[in-house]
Design a protein around this ligand. Structure first.
Ligand SMILES: Nc1ncnc2c1ncn2[C@@H]1O[C@H](COP(=O)(O)OP(=O)(O)OP(=O)(O)O)[C@@H](O)[C@H]1O
Ligand SMILES: [Mg+2]
Length: 243
């Protein structure tokens, strides 16, 4: 499954005035893997996603995607190259219908006449057919989260960055989400980077995990290694996840 480096992040630093939100972070993401990115509130996870997807330009460091330097590229260009992301708080499409939001994703790569086909295929794959005419603002949490992933997948990414896709889901909904993400990786060959506080998802889904704390990468390893790492337990997990 794992073959080659898809994303290489070297020494990325992003500051907000005096606050160093991401501090010299380096890591690789292998093609076909599911990488977890965890850490306490305010650790810099979303900021790192914002840098990777081009919303913020880092003060320092470089990002290579498929061997190409994408540091400082505009978001739409990065998306066209094959990186898509979901948002922690979904607001952007509130007045649109479900179908409209999916179509926005499909427009990223497809010519006009292919958009309809991609939209239909995505609606069907994500089982959104019965709510396709609903306004996004009328959706429940689970539907909204599914749509958010559908919109991102409609752009046909090679790398999908998921920001807290599991927050607020019940245990059954969580299992369904994990199955969906495995399917995206196994059948659509989408590499995943998952920011998540829900440890059941992180430990059950990810092959490797990296940990941020105050903007710094403090640990990297397998779920087993991370759950036993003293520094991670101290900074984030607490005793309940240590074995
Ligand atoms: N646009 C911004 N302007 C100023 N400070 C910001 C901005 N965005 C984030 N920060 C700060 O940067 C730090 C990292 O925030 P970030 O949202 O990346 O954390 P996070 O790891 O995603 O946290 P959470 O788990 O709560 O989502 C925090 O101290 C936050 O207050
Ligand atoms: Mg966040």
């Amino acid at each position: 499954m794992i073959s080659g480096i898809l994303l290489q992040v070297t020494q990325i630093t992003k500051k907000f005035r005096n606050l160093i939100a991401v501090n010299k972070v380096s890591f690789d993401l292998h093609r076909g893997e599911i990488l977890g990115l965890i850490g306490p509130n305010g650790a810099g996870k979303t900021t790192l996603f914002n840098v990777l997807s081009g919303m913020y330009v880092p003060e320092d460091g470089e990002i290579f995607f498929k061997g190409r330097n994408i540091t400082g590229m505009r978001p739409h260009k990065i998306c066209k190259l094959g990186i898509s992301r979901t948002f922690q708080v979904t607001k952007a499409f509130s007045h649109m219908t479900v179908e409209g939001a999916v179509r926005v994703g499909a427009y990223n790569r497809k010519s006009e006449n292919e958009v309809k086909e991609k939209t239909e295929e995505t609606i069907s794959f994500f089982k959104l057919g019965n709510i396709r005419h609903w306004k996004c603002e009328d959706l429940g949490l689970v539907q909204l989260k599914r749509l958010e992933i559908a919109r991102a997948v409609a752009t046909e990414p090679e790398l999908l960055l998921l920001d807290e896709a599991a927050a607020g889901l019940t245990s059954a909904e969580l299992s369904e989400l994990m199955e969906l993400l495995k399917t995206l990786r196994d059948e659509r060959h989408i590499t995943l980077c998952v920011v998540e506080h829900v440890m059941q998802m992180v430990m059950g889904l990810c092959e490797r995990i990296i940990v941020l704390d105050y903007g710094e990468l403090i640990a990297r390893g397998t779920p087993d290694q991370i759950s036993q790492n003293e520094r991670v337990i101290e900074a984030y997990l607490g005793k309940r996840f240590s074995r």
